[in-house]
Design a binder for this molecule. Structure first.
Ligand SMILES: Cc1cc2nc3c(=O)[nH]c(=O)nc-3n(C[C@H](O)[C@H](O)[C@H](O)COP(=O)(O)OP(=O)(O)OC[C@H]3O[C@@H](n4cnc5c(N)ncnc54)[C@H](O)[C@@H]3O)c2cc1C
Length: 343
């Protein structure tokens, strides 16, 4: 087995989190990882460090302290304004080799995944990708990453005992950020930067920021499955009345009835709504991992044996084409009555 670039004996007792940002705002997943990183660091008696690369990001570094970081390693340079693997990977590598953290966490976002893969190869270490949970195996303090995998109903618990850093990318929405504590302060470490334009092979021709929805933090999700037979309009109406967003299982996404960004589950997003209303969904494991953090699950399905009912708080057995119009009408009437009462 190839040895990692630094060993367990050389590791520093610190957890590092890659701080991803866009337009001066941290990606939620970075704050979520600071929250989880703080919890793990406290358990181990280690420190928590944010790794921040960008342009004019000094103020962001300070805000990382309020969300739990003890220290931020910072590279601030005009050529770091936008993420390019050519500039970000060598700088992050240089910082990691110097800081030698025991654990390094990144969000499983497109850029986080890109950077994580490149760094794992450079560091000759392993990478637990797309994790849906992190914990420590005590008393030795090894990181245990939860990954649902091998295309089926297993949850793999993966430990990295010999290589450092223990790297993992984590799905957005899995953890909660800490409440910001504005009294917290920390130390900034400046990473030496040796960059020139010729170094960057990537040419950015146009940047298009998707207007996409973020289902991870929506309080109400109205999700539809194959049983909806493509009728997502009625779910949109229902979601509108409940102040929520629509989501879906994989089949309607594959059939082109709804955008892929709305797919919930193992290969979609993990949500933690207060209410998940599941319509015409059988309840496959791959879908259920996406709603297991929901406070209340209501399922409507014509099959009384559907597995979704085992994961639901309220079970409605019946045909959605008959139940949904009544439900919408009832909610409308109730909302009208409560408006009238207010007047
Ligand atoms: C590697 C891998 C990754 C995957 N990732 C995901 C993922 O991220 N998300 C995901 O969702 N799936 C994923 N899948 C697919 C997953 O295994 C299931 O096939 C999928 O979740 C089933 O979707 P469904 O419940 O909509 O469809 P079905 O299993 O076909 O269920 C449809 C349900 O609708 C009910 N129904 C039909 N008509 C009506 C009606 N008129 N009224 C009421 N109920 C009705 C039926 O009784 C049935 O229970 C993945 C699969 C693999 C192999």
């Amino acid at each position: 087995m190839v040895a990692s670039k630094y060993s367990i004996d050389e590791e520093n007792k610190s957890i590092w989190v890659y701080l991803e940002h866009e337009a001066g705002i941290f990606e939620n997943v970075s704050l979520e990882l600071l929250g989880k990183g703080r919890e793990l660091a406290n358990q181990l008696g280690w420190s928590l460090t944010g790794l921040l690369l960008g342009r004019e990001v000094f103020e962001l570094a300070k805000s990382a302290f309020t969300y739990g970081a003890d220290e931020v390693w910072l590279a601030d340079h005009p050529l770091l304004e936008y993420f390019t693997i050519d500039a970000y990977a060598p700088l992050a590598y240089q910082a990691l080799i110097q800081g030698k953290p025991g654990v390094f966490l990144l969000g499983a976002t497109p850029n986080g995944r890109d950077l994580a893969g490149s760094l794992a190869v450079r560091l000759r270490t392993g990478l637990n990708a797309d994790c849906t949970g992190l914990k420590l195996s005590m008393p030795d303090g090894v990181l245990v990453s939860e990954v649902s995998g091998f295309g089926g109903g297993i949850l793999a618990l993966i430990e990295m005992r010999t290589h450092r850093p223990q790297m993992a990318t984590v799905r957005p929405g899995v953890f909660a950020p800490l409440e910001p504590d504005y009294r917290r302060q920390g130390r900034i470490v400046h990473i030496p930067i040796d960059l020139s334009p010729g170094f960057i092979q990537t040419r950015i021709i146009e940047r298009v920021i998707g207007k996409g929805v973020d289902l991870t933090h929506n309080p109400v999700i109205v999700a539809g499955g194959r049983g909806m037979e493509g009728n997502f309009q009625i779910l949109q109406e229902l979601a509108g009345l409940l102040g929520g967003e629509i989501g879906a299982t994989r089949p309607p996404v594959d059939d082109g009835f709804i955008d892929r960004e709305r797919q919930i589950g193992q290969t979609g997003v993990v949500c933690s709504p207060k209410l998940a209303l599941c319509c015409g969904i059988s309840g496959a494991f791959h879908f259920l991992v996406g709603i297991e953090k929901a406070t209340t699950v209501i399922a409507i399905n014509s099959d009384p044996e559907a597995p979704i009912f085992e994961a639901s708080d309220y079970c409605v057995i019946g045909d959605i084409s008959q139940i949904l119009p009544h439900l919408i009408e009832t909610i409308r009437e109730t909302q009208k009555d409560s408006q009238a009462l207010k007047i």
